[in-house]
Design a protein around this ligand. Sequence first.
Ligand code: COA
Length: 172
Amino acid sequence: MLPIYEKDRAVTVRPACAGDAEAVRAIRNHAIEHSTALWTETPQSPAEAEAWLARHLERGSAFVAEAGGEVTGFATFAPWRELEGYRHTVEDSVYVREGRHGLGIGSTLLATLIAAAREAGHHLVIAGIEAGNGASIRLHERFGFEHAGTVREAGVKFGRRLDLTLMRLALD
Ligand SMILES: CC(C)(COP(=O)(O)OP(=O)(O)OC[C@H]1O[C@@H](n2cnc3c(N)ncnc32)[C@H](O)[C@@H]1OP(=O)(O)O)[C@@H](O)C(=O)NCCC(=O)NCCS
């Protein structure tokens, strides 16, 4: 558990539990509806959110930030690609609740996630970031992720094509 201080409220990062599904869904759906961080325009239903989180809980790859009893962010890692040759490579995901950005919560979540991925024996963490997402690129640079290239026009959302910046962090 890693305590930081968000203004006057202590923020704690802890492993996620099944009871966090709704709070995580709300943060995720806000990003789906209002940003190009997640490249889908379809919000998660409660059942989908439960199933999605349950897969993470099985492998211990989901964490939440909590302040004053409220979930203020979450982070996960998941297999980057399915074939077994990629088994030591995971992709990360970090989301902070709207209104709580820029307070260090994303950094605390990512620090915990990197430690957990290393503990789980993974070799590489990859971040796939919409090229215009300066906050996420800066967050990952801060932890030593290096730029691995940008795939132009890799996706589409809100009627425009999006470029995907890949960043990598070797853990051992
Ligand atoms: C990206 C995100 C997780 C960062 O979390 P955060 O709690 O706001 O970040 P932190 O406060 O820990 O700051 C991390 C670094 O990013 C920088 N940063 C934060 N917001 C920024 C912004 N809007 N533009 C540029 N840099 C920014 C901070 O200054 C800090 O860098 P520094 O140490 O050099 O000062 C958060 O902004 C977020 O949830 N965004 C929406 C969802 C998203 O884009 N997720 C990532 C998908 S790839």
